[in-house]
Design a protein around this ligand. Structure first.
Ligand SMILES: [Zn+2]
Length: 267
């Protein structure tokens, strides 16, 4: 029963993920949200068999069935990520058939989905959509004042309110001194919501993890670039211009959120 439910939740997540893909692709690009999905190369309207999350991509070998042009890996990756997000929430919070459980699960799913969209949108369009990041900040801030499970108002401590601005501050400072070269303001906005959601220790843990992960990936990236003989000479590699930071922030957030990874305890 538990396994059946887990699989269903995962599949539900991948279906939501395929809707997130549509948003990531079309939001603010002038494209309409109406109308069936089409192949970008040949414009053929895709049938339901070509739109099954993950499976269609794997079955069709990542190519359009009509013109054989390759399909972005963003589709299955976002679907997988959303599937795992839903599964993670389901496993993290033991299932009970109560309004409080359902409300809080939906809330966490919404928060996680917003973050997945932010990351994928940032990777695809190299900008963080304000609609998503402001929704994230507003929801996490409200979350401080409402106990969703019992739907009652709570009085948050000063430190849990300050956690947002404090976690965002280092990134804001990096944005300020580098004039947006090392860090985007959008990254500081994400950190604000992360601080509200995870508190001071959790928030700074997520921040530390994201810096380490970002540094590690940058080093690997640099090493790979040095190895390619054709590396474009003189092209400076900075965290901001080549590697977006939002994915690392969100990676840190999920590690702390799901696994309570607290780097301050490890020390
Ligand atoms: Zn095609």
């Amino acid at each position: 029963m538990e396994i059946l439910l887990s699989v269903s939740i995962f599949i539900l997540g991948t279906i939501i993920g395929s809707f997130l893909n549509v948003f990531i692709l079309r939001y603010n690009t002038g494209a309409s949200f109406q109308g069936r999905s089409k192949c970008f190369s040949c414009g053929t309207t895709l049938s339901w068999r070509e739109l099954i999350p993950i499976l269609s991509f794997v079955y069709l070998d990542g190519r359009c069935r009509h013109c054989r042009s390759s399909v972005s890996a963003q589709y299955p990756l976002v679907e997988l990520a959303t599937g795992f997000l839903f599964l993670g929430i389901f496993l993290e919070f033991p299932f009970t058939l109560t309004a409080g459980y359902i409300l809080s699960s939906v809330f966490y799913a919404l928060i996680g989905s917003l973050l997945i969209v932010i990351v994928a949108y940032d990777l695809r369009h190299t900008i963080i959509p304000n609609l998503c990041v402001y929704s994230f900040i507003a929801l996490t801030f409200l979350w401080l004042f409402i106990d969703i499970e019992t739907m009652t108002l709570v009085n948050p401590s000063i430190i849990s309110i300050l956690a947002g601005p404090l976690v965002a501050f280092p990134l804001f400072l990096l944005w300020l001194v580098s004039r947006g070269k090392w860090m985007g303001l959008g990254d500081a906005k994400i950190a604000l919501g992360i601080g509200f959601m995870l508190g001071i220790y959790g928030g700074f843990s997520a921040l530390m993890i994201s810096f380490w992960a970002g540094a590690l990936v940058s080093v690997i990236f640099l090493a790979l670039q040095k190895k390619t003989a054709l590396s474009r000479a003189g092209k400076q590699l900075t965290i901001k211009s080549e590697i977006p930071f939002a994915p690392f922030l969100v990676f840190g957030f999920f590690l702390v959120f799901f696994f309570n990874l607290n780097v301050f305890v490890l020390w």
